[in-house]
Design a protein around this ligand. Sequence first.
Ligand code: AHG
Ligand code: MN
Ligand code: MN
Length: 321
Amino acid sequence: MLLSTYLKQNADADLAYLLDNVMVACKDIAFRLNQGALAGILGAAGTENVQGEDQKALDVISNDLLKDTLLSSGVVRGIASEEEDLPVAGSADGKFLVLFDPLDGSSNIDVNLSVGTIFSILPAADGADGGAEATYLQSGRNQLAAGYVLYGPSTLLVMTLGKGVDIFTLDTKIGEFVLTKEQVKVPETTKEFAINMSVQRFWEAPMQQYIADCIAGETGPLGKRYNMRWVASMVAEVHRILTRGGIFMYPYDNREPGKPGKLRLMYEGNPMSFLLEQAGAMSTTPYENIMDINPEKIHQRCGVVLGSKEEVKTVQSYYKI
Ligand code: AHG
Ligand code: MN
Ligand code: MN
């Protein structure tokens, strides 16, 4: 089934039109990633985003493609992006707010590994200003739709409208996404974890203990031999977990004062949590479910522990939650 047919059957007309617009931009991003060095667009942009991270040229290009497409769609009140300091207003009568990470895992661009786009769609309250941060400060439970596009060997769209998670593959012959997997469910148990071990000493004590016990394997208290993966691209990690289970963690750490954790709540934590919960998995900080957080800032960070339900609960037991 084509994505356009699926959207006609599963979303109201405005939301379907909006999601179609998001995919217009994502298909363009896929094309540019594919061109890479041929188009001279690899490497740094020479600028920093509001979070003090160096931007890649493709971070900026992807942001501009999404921003321009969405703001001219007529149905978007405003957008918020990892690469924009402040939200940008769109149409005064637009029904939707779109929050996005235009290119996730962008340290992988220059080495030709998987990257992705993450999006979260929130309702715009009547009369709310699409250019005001306060308009966007809604919990993840308000999301109308969320998903990611994974630019890997195939370009995939993984999306939820609150009725399970479905996967679409971009058929480059026809330039359309085609439904290829319905109602994804994450296995409840796993022996595979993903975490950046190089920052181990900065984690809280319970996380240090949990990972030490994973590494102790079948002779340790967890009684099983684990495997480890780290792609450094949240989209790719979440996709692996949706496909075969696992646990992904970017926990709080005290590496840099004022930055308790790396991932951002509103355009990384919330959309991924919506997908995970819709696929029968869990997503926590691990103190609380990520979608229950009431945001205070658009670029707010949160700890992330997500994946197979039983394993996430095991992590929480180390925190005595
Ligand atoms: P982004 O490229 O949007 O800034 O996000 C990168 C994130 C996430 O995708 C990944 O899980 C993590 O940062 C990788 O972190 P390390 O650099 O610590 O491996
Ligand atoms: Mn990211
Ligand atoms: Mn990014």
